[in-house]
Write a protein that binds this ligand. Sequence first.
Ligand code: PRT
Ligand code: ZN
Length: 293
Amino acid sequence: MLRQKEKMMSKLKIAVQKSGRLSEKSLEIIRTCGIKISNGDRKLITSAANFPIELLFLRDDDIPQYVEQGVADAGIIGENVVLETGKKVVVKEKLGFASCRMSLAIPRDETYDGPGWFEGKRIATSYPGILSDYLFRNGITAETEVTSGSVEVTPGIGLADAIFDIVSTGSTLLMNGLKEVEVVSRSEAVLISSPTLTSEKSDILSKLLFRIRAVKNASENKYILLNAPNSAIPAITKILPGMKSPSVLPLEQEGWSSMHSVVREDEFWEIIDRLREAGAEGILVIPIEKMIL
Ligand code: PRT
Ligand code: ZN
């Protein structure tokens, strides 16, 4: 009876990269959402213990197609692959990891005078779709060499004049005597889904997205506590917008208060400097585990 009930309950099938740059972080984000998964033995498919999802471990390039076909309901994948494969999938959420640029690079000694440089040149890439779209938009005719690996060595061995590839730190380009001259697009890991989910699966996806956003918000923000003379409270309140406005609690010491708020990670240092100028003291900054807006 119980088994029958389990069979009837549908689970959201999420495809993640089997092994590569996205694998660990994909599992980590799901685990940080409080979902218990095990993949010690790297099976093709595994179920979560306490949330109605199943994970499918696949090659990243195959994920958009499987999601389009409904073999998987959702997937975690680089935006670059979504763009390149052009499959009918919906990008539901940017996940903030595996960030990179998709760039054109040329030999370091070449003088670069704009996209016209590529006219009539041979460009090696694993992303012919994104490249040809860029060339078309810029009215450039160039030859594309499709290479599946080590694109960056192709100019050095005379196979191409330039490359179009993923750049992260830029050290691979540097090591191969190349320089980045055009950023064509940017990419990070995203959660994609099939455009045609049953309402039951849509509900599971919404619950998962709610948790992912809480985790993301938490990692993008910090909790801040500080002491301030009461006369500085109005100025400090202007600097600290918080989720609504800062909490202000009186301190034992007459004329002083403790203020609590939330600040964005990317504005953090600038805000700290302004707070000190406004009279804040004893500033404490604490990581947030989950943040529900
Ligand atoms: O086996 P499978 O097909 O599943 O994996 P894969 O080899 O195709 O992909 P993988 O694991 O290498 O990358 C997966 C995804 O990570 C990519 O699709 C991108 O969305 C993202 N990502 C982020 C990167 C990089 N950063 C990255 N730096 N993917 C590849 N690189 C490579 C790049 O190709 C170049 O060779 O790293 C080199 C450049 O790095 P820097 O730091 O030297 O600039
Ligand atoms: Zn791949």
